[in-house]
Design a protein around this ligand. Structure first.
Ligand code: ARG
Length: 272
């Protein structure tokens, strides 16, 4: 395993604003925030990143998510592999796995596949969160039907106003209520200016349109949250983003920031 030199993301700052401040949307139907349950067969490219050693066995050790972009290649967030997220240096995690084909983390559907190699984007900057991407190589290939196409730069799916869906097993309320079954939330690609205004150089990060993508709802309500990191944002059948960061979850003034997949692919030299 190539040892990445990453400084960890300032998760503390994100966590600190999360519990009290978020005006959570009305109770019934939230997820990821404001989402709905989804079968894994509808998004077979969504995988869980897991380590039972680090995160315990209750939810199969899930701590982040990823997207299958090649039969043995998973794209995820760089910050998921940082010491701050893992609670230990990556090199010490002996049981890092990708769980594919399992929607319910309490079940035993699908497969747990050990990670053979990790490549963290050398351009990842934990202060701004720029270039928040990493590639995992699996010890065993997944079926070709699990692979999602990535959207290259200039793809129409990046246009503001585009409908997109984010998938994950993360916090459904912003108060630490982690889902055990996969959920999805409908969001919209927002213009770079929305996130640039929300996130000048802030404690959470700095919005940089080159390597980031802004998505959510102008009024808030639907969003990714803690635990969804690294997971896919999909539009027009193509992967456009990875859950990266935000200020709280589902807040109108804190849209979701995603790693821009076209940039990540270039920086990591990951094939389509
Ligand atoms: N950093 C978080 C994680 O590690 C993801 C936060 C996404 N936040 C948001 N409001 N979209 O899981």
């Amino acid at each position: 395993m190539r040892r990445p030199h990453v400084r960890a993301l300032a998760l503390t700052a994100v966590a600190a604003v999360m519990p009290l401040a978020s005006p959570a949307p009305a109770a019934a139907d939230r997820v990821v925030i404001g989402g709905y349950p989804v079968e894994i067969s509808q998004s077979p490219w969504t995988v869980a990143l897991a380590s039972r050693d680090r995160f315990g066995g209750t939810r199969a050790g899930q701590f982040c998510a990823g997207a299958v972009i090649g039969r043995s290649t998973v794209l995820t967030a760089a910050h998921c592999l940082g010491e701050e997220a893992l609670g230990a240096p990556l090199g010490q995690i002996r049981d890092l796995k990708v769980i594919a084909g399992r929607g319910d983390l309490l079940g035993d559907e699908g497969k747990e596949i050990p990670v053979r190699a990790v490549r963290v984007n050398p351009a990842y900057d934990s202060h701004t969160n720029a270039g928040d991407a990493a590639v995992l190589t699996l010890t065993e290939p997944l079926p070709a039907s699990s692979v999602i196409r990535t959207a290259g730069s200039g793809d129409a799916a990046y246009r503001p106003g585009t409908d997109a869906v984010v998938y994950g097993w993360g916090d459904t309320t912003g108060r630490g209520d982690f889902a055990h079954a996969l959920r999805a939330a409908r969001v919209r690609v927002l213009s770079d200016s929305v996130c640039a205004e929300a996130y000048p150089d802030s404690a959470e990060g700095k919005y940089l349109a080159d390597s980031m993508l802004c998505a959510g709802e102008l009024d808030g309500g639907r969003d990714a949250c803690q635990g969804d990191s690294g997971g896919p944002l999909v539009a027009q059948g193509r992967l456009i983003g990875l859950v990266s960061w935000g200020n709280g979850c589902g807040r109108a003034e804190g849209p979701g920031v995603y790693t821009r997949v076209s940039g990540a692919i270039t920086e990591l030299g990951a094939g389509r």
